[in-house]
Design a protein around this ligand. Structure first.
Ligand code: SF4
Length: 285
């Protein structure tokens, strides 16, 4: 079933314990920040947030990879949420060789009093986690973004490894707990993309449209294509968690996340509801 949580509150997620704009009921913990992948959709989101910090940290302002070691303590880990997005204002691929072991040590310390928090370690270059798999506490989940299955043209979107490489890297990690973020979702090929996701066997998938279409135009799937994609994932037993879906309700039991009127919804039924009676044909579901 698709779960469509009300999106996270829009606050400054660049702060040490700021609420994450990426995931519901999640806060960021930022002992490391910055990134050099230069995704086009990052400029109006994370990087714009970082620009607000010019007076506090020049490296944050420039979005250069750097550490904030004063936050590398268990007391700096945000409270009051189920999930902590670690280094959510950057990519852990740039955090350096000592970063993952240092984070794991702090999480183990925190686990003595708060063992029920889930930690997202996210990177668009997930092979960066390979040397540390045996050190990861059991409540760490490895996350990568797959906006599409298509490599062609991706270089104009990001300097990160293309989707097929990223997928292979995550797949090759001998680690049980994985999550995939498909946001901002881009135009895809149904069967190959579903197959990619199934090969990873993620605990669940986050799915959402580009939240800043006025600033960044991306090739996007139609509403029907997105519904078919979700159908195929669900038929494969993969839990899909909705983010900004521009008013689409992708499950009859799910709650709607209503988009602002200006959002360019590509296709909806008149009531903004999912079409009934349509079932995607999913090969090997
Ligand atoms: S990988 Fe993440 S942090 Fe880095 S540029 Fe892309 S969106 Fe921004």
């Amino acid at each position: 079933m698709i779960v469509n949580p009300s999106a996270s509150t829009k606050r400054d997620s660049s702060r040490p314990g700021g609420r994450s704009n990426m995931y519901a009921n999640t806060k960021t913990w930022n002992p490391f920040k910055g990134c050099r992948f230069d995704c086009v959709y990052c400029t109006p989101s994370f990087q714009r947030q970082a620009k607000r910090l010019k007076k506090r940290c020049d490296e944050c302002y420039k979005f250069s990879p750097h550490a904030h070691p004063e936050r590398l303590t268990s007391s700096a880990i945000p409270s009051g949420v189920d999930t902590v997005f670690v280094a959510g204002n950057g990519d852990l691929a740039f955090a350096g060789k000592t970063a993952i072991p240092a984070l794991c040590a702090v999480i183990r310390e925190k686990n003595k009093t708060r063992p029920n928090i889930t930690y997202y370690f996210q990177s668009k270059q997930p092979v960066c986690f390979a040397p540390y798999l045996s050190q990861l506490p059991a409540n760490v989940v490895l996350v990568t973004t797959l906006e599409t299955n298509r490599d062609h043209g991706y270089r104009s979107i990001s300097k990160a490894p293309p989707p097929s490489v990223r997928h292979q890297q995550l797949k090759d990690l001998d680690y049980a707990r994985k999550v995939i973020t498909i946001e901002p979702v881009m135009a895809f090929d149904l069967e190959p993309f579903v197959s990619m996701i199934k090969q990873i066997q993620p605990e669940y998938v986050w799915l959402g449209f580009n939240t800043r279409p006025a600033s960044v135009r991306l090739p996007e799937p139609s509403a029907a294509e997105l519904e078919a994609f979700v159908d195929c994932l669900e038929q494969s037993g993969i839990d899909v968690r909705g983010k900004d879906l521009r008013g689409l309700v992708l499950d009859d039991e799910a709650r709607s996340h209503v988009a602002p009127p200006s959002a360019p919804v590509s296709k909806r039924t008149p009531e903004g509801q999912r079409s009934k009676g349509r079932t995607a044909i999913c090969v090997g579901a």
